[in-house]
Design a protein around this ligand. Sequence first.
Ligand SMILES: Cc1ncc(C[n+]2csc(CCOP(=O)(O)OP(=O)(O)O)c2C)c(N)n1
Ligand SMILES: [Mg+2]
Length: 172
Amino acid sequence: MTKLEALKKITEEIGNKGPVITSLGITTRLFLIAQNRDKPASNHFPVLSSMGSCLALAVGLARGLVDKKVTVVMGDGEFLMGINSFFTAARLRLDNLKIIVLNDARYAQSGGFSTAWKKIPMKNVAHALGFSGDNFLEMEISYDAKQEHIKRTMLMPKEVKQNFENYFKTQH
Ligand SMILES: Cc1ncc(C[n+]2csc(CCOP(=O)(O)OP(=O)(O)O)c2C)c(N)n1
Ligand SMILES: [Mg+2]
């Protein structure tokens, strides 16, 4: 499965149900392409550049918005960099949090070096921490070395912040 195919599938499945967080770079860029959008929808919060913080944000949102289904979609490199939050999520047992990892076993955007997930089965780690299929989904992605053609997002952190604040204003 390609990353775009995976993100189209995710888009169909989650619809407009709750907040969605996507990780930096290609994941966010392709998620917008999958949705035919230039800018994020009001419930979509891309984490730009700050690699490793995606799941921490998702955990916080799931704790704060208990009546919402929170989805986080991230690359395997991102997941690895923020792995501490995976343990926090396991400890908190957040039923309303769904973690989706697009595993191409590479840091595709930054040169395609292998990640540790090439050798370690991610599913087993998730299972050992008590995650079920409802909370954790690993999607196996074919590695695409040609990243240049993927349209860049013209997003500024200020816009993301504004989107985030607007979302919360409509929740209370
Ligand atoms: C703290 C930090 N370190 C390194 C980078 C550079 N960087 C940008 S994207 C990326 C690779 C991300 O890998 P992954 O999450 O697997 O996504 P993929 O590119 O494979 O889709 C890296 C290392 C960064 N943005 N921030
Ligand atoms: Mg990757």
